[in-house]
Design a protein. Structure first.
Ligand SMILES: Cc1cc2nc3c(=O)[nH]c(=O)nc-3n(C[C@H](O)[C@H](O)[C@H](O)COP(=O)(O)OP(=O)(O)OC[C@H]3O[C@@H](n4cnc5c(N)ncnc54)[C@H](O)[C@@H]3O)c2cc1C
Length: 396
């Protein structure tokens, strides 16, 4: 079994494959989910090693096609991270009485996990959660067993989870579509749950709703939105919010993310991402409300993308130029001590203290000012009768 903890991605394909149920999930000291073998139950069949996508050393994959796309419904674009490509794929599956698997963040338990549309509405699975999703001991085998029943199945997860699922399949299923995304890595769950708990203390109220991709300031601005039971709202852009700042700085990511083997070796049928570089292409930019980029890796993926034409605005792109961001992520050994130091600090002191330490006073003042300007500009856009100094003009 994979014993180098810094390489294990936590996809849990090994746990799903284990015939004797000897593999359980344990948290490491940072809160990352790790498979653990019970030696008393292990029958030493070696299946966990055979199935492991890391030990399988994935080969580089080259996309066949690239598409820029956004959903024809403005509401779907608004509530999706980018252009709602995931929603477009999912609604087709549901129309055929199929099942969609994705990540759900349960606010009451403060936990992200693999969920499905037999139990939750599709909208609960939308948007990016910048945290590790607990796939469960048997999460991937549940996906396979639904495909085995002949239902249409869509699975969307991180590239490592998609790779775990691919390894688990004994055969190719026409009715199973595997999607992943251009992943910037995942943080352990306690970083986020501790941070939300600290906000609850500050706002004297439990969290009711949250989003990492609130589009209040526009699609291009990562924005962390939290709504509390008492009606108060916390809304900050990535550089001003401590959790988001530490996440984007890669201070809390799983160690395997720093050397991700799947960033240029997608085992999925399709890879979705934000089409940040849309300005370099001659495409309809949807007034920058949100645009997805889909890279197609298989014939099945190609057919499914083509079938979205009724519900999505789509343009095909030159594949080489559009797949610019597919590059292997290599983390030099000498960077590891710094990564461990930040991860430990974020865990023990909290993300706010780490952000405080990493930014100079000038940088903090700059981001505070920027946040203030964006709030003012937004306020003016929402209420055009506000004059420059923030006073509301009363119309005669
Ligand atoms: C942790 C993470 C890092 C990302 N990093 C980048 C990046 O660096 N560059 C980039 O261009 N795009 C990145 N993305 C992808 C991007 O944010 C959008 O998800 C993508 O553009 C698809 O958008 P959408 O509007 O089609 O769908 P969305 O509505 O965003 O649907 C996203 C799908 O991803 C699943 N999902 C969400 N969070 C998780 C999670 N933590 N684990 C497993 N599955 C999850 C959801 O269940 C859903 O199926 C990242 C996503 C995540 C979750």
């Amino acid at each position: 079994m994979l014993n180098r903890k810094k390489e294990c991605t936590g996809c849990m394909a090994c746990a799903s494959a284990c015939p004797s149920g000897a593999i359980t999930i344990k948290e490491d000291p940072y809160g990352f989910l790790m498979p653990e073998v019970d030696p008393d139950q292990c029958i030493e069949c070696g299946l966990c090693n055979d199935i492991c996508p890391i030990l399988g050393r994935p080969e580089r994959t080259i996309p066949l096609e690239a598409w820029s796309l956004y959903h024809k419904s403005e509401e779907i674009v608004r509530i999706s991270s980018s252009g709602g490509a995931f929603y477009g794929l999912a609604e087709q599956v549901l129309q055929q009485d199929g099942i969609v698997f994705g990540c759900y963040y349960d606010i009451s338990q403060k936990r992200a996990y693999l969920a499905d549309t037999d139990h939750l509405p599709l909208k609960a699975l939308l948007t990016s959660k910048y945290v590790e999703s607990d796939i469960g001991r048997d999460g991937l085998s549940r996906v396979v067993s639904e495909a085995e029943k002949g239902r249409q199945v869509l699975f969307c997860g991180t590239p490592c989870q998609a790779a775990g699922l691919r390894r688990l399949l004994q055969k190719e299923y026409d009715n199973l579509l595997i999607a992943d995304f251009a992943c910037g890595g995942v943080a352990a769950q306690p970083y986020l749950s501790d941070y939300l708990a600290s906000l609850e203390e500050e706002y004297h109220s439990p969290v009711k709703r949250m989003s990492f991709r609130d589009k209040h300031y526009g699609w291009g601005q990562y924005c962390f939105y939290v709504e509390f039971e008492n009606g108060e709202i916390y809304r900050k852009t990535a550089m001003s919010d401590p959790y988001f700042f530490c996440f984007l700085r890669s201070s809390m990511q799983r160690l395997s993310c720093h050397g991700c083997l799947f960033s240029d070796a997608h085992q999925s049928d399709l890879c979705l991402s934000d089409f940040w570089k849309c300005d370099f292409f001659d495409v309809d930019r949807n007034d920058r409300k949100g645009l997805s980029l889909a890279l197609v890796f298989t014939e099945k993926g190609r057919k499914r993308i083509e079938s979205l034409k009724e519900t999505m605005h789509m343009q095909q792109l030159p594949v080489e130029e559009a797949s610019y961001h597919l590059k292997s992520r290599f983390c030099p050994e000498e960077k590891l001590p710094e990564i461990y130091r930040d991860m430990t600090s974020a865990r023990t002191e909290g993300v706010a203290a780490l952000r405080n330490r990493l930014l100079s006073e000038e940088q903090k003042a700059f981001y505070d000012r920027r946040q203030q300007i964006m709030d003012d500009e937004n306020e003016r856009a929402l209420h055009p009768d506000i004059v420059g100094n923030g006073q509301i003009m009363v119309k005669a």
